[in-house]
Design a protein around this ligand. Structure first.
Ligand code: ZN
Length: 236
């Protein structure tokens, strides 16, 4: 039948068109871009949380520093009173000494807390640096995915147009009956209507044809079909 020897060429173009169309849909839906954006937004939100925690710990640190200063001043004032002779009463002096000891103890506890906050702050600052790097990395990745996707879409659209015109030029070379059968099979069999036979094996269903069937196919005048998948076959 006319054009039977070119049916595989047509199949190749149609398979390429199917692949390109699928890729174009993927790119237009922008799944990869959306995924890259989600990763970046995650990184940004982690950084945001660290910054909030850092702000809170800084406020706490300032409060504790202020408290240590206040306690220091209070202890100094009390000590001054203790030694300037303004208090003669023993009980009052004892009470004052007791208060000074209390203040010192509170100051020491507050300093411990302050140290704890400073350590926490250092830890958060280190994590913030890491998180900033992560955000920068994911942002760069998003931009590159966006650029790549746009470039690839252009290429895919151009290749689609070329492939389509090659197909349009080839199709009239094939007998109409052959084309109809091929299209029918393509519709039924996942886009593959024609396949090569290599070493007696159908390249679409991968079944090995019997020697008898192969001999029969070689000598048939009609369209050759695989005895298993019924696709059009061509000897490679
Ligand atoms: Zn087959």
């Amino acid at each position: 039948m006319r054009g039977e020897d070119r049916i595989l060429e047509l199949q190749e173009l149609d398979s390429a068109l199917d692949r390109l169309e699928a890729r174009r849909r993927q790119l237009e839906e922008g799944e990869e871009l959306a995924a890259a954006r989600a990763v970046m937004e995650d990184a940004e939100s982690r950084l945001g949380e660290i910054r909030l925690a850092l702000d809170a710990v800084q406020v706490e640190q300032r409060r504790l520093e202020h408290e240590v200063d206040t306690l220091d001043q209070k202890a100094a004032a009390d000590e001054k009173r203790l030694y300037d002779g303004s208090i003669a009463n023993t009980k009052e002096l004892e009470a004052l000494q007791h208060e000074i000891a209390n203040i010192r103890e509170r100051k020491s506890r507050t300093e411990d807390e302050l140290l704890d906050r400073m350590e926490r702050r250092e830890e958060l600052e280190a994590r913030a640096v890491q998180a900033e790097e992560e955000v920068a990395g994911t942002r760069a990745r998003l931009e590159s995915v966006g650029g790549d996707a746009a470039r690839e879409l252009d290429e895919v659209v151009a290749t689609l147009a070329e492939t389509r015109s090659a197909r349009d030029a080839l199709a009239p070379e094939l007998a109409e009956e052959l084309l109809e059968l091929y299209e029918d099979l393509r519709g039924q069999k996942k886009g593959v209507g024609a396949a090569a036979i290599v070493d007696g094996v159908c390249q679409a269903c991968h079944e090995k044809l019997s020697a008898l069937e192969l001999d029969h196919l070689k000598h048939t005048d009609g369209v050759k079909r695989c005895e298993y998948c019924r696709r059009i076959v061509v000897f490679a």
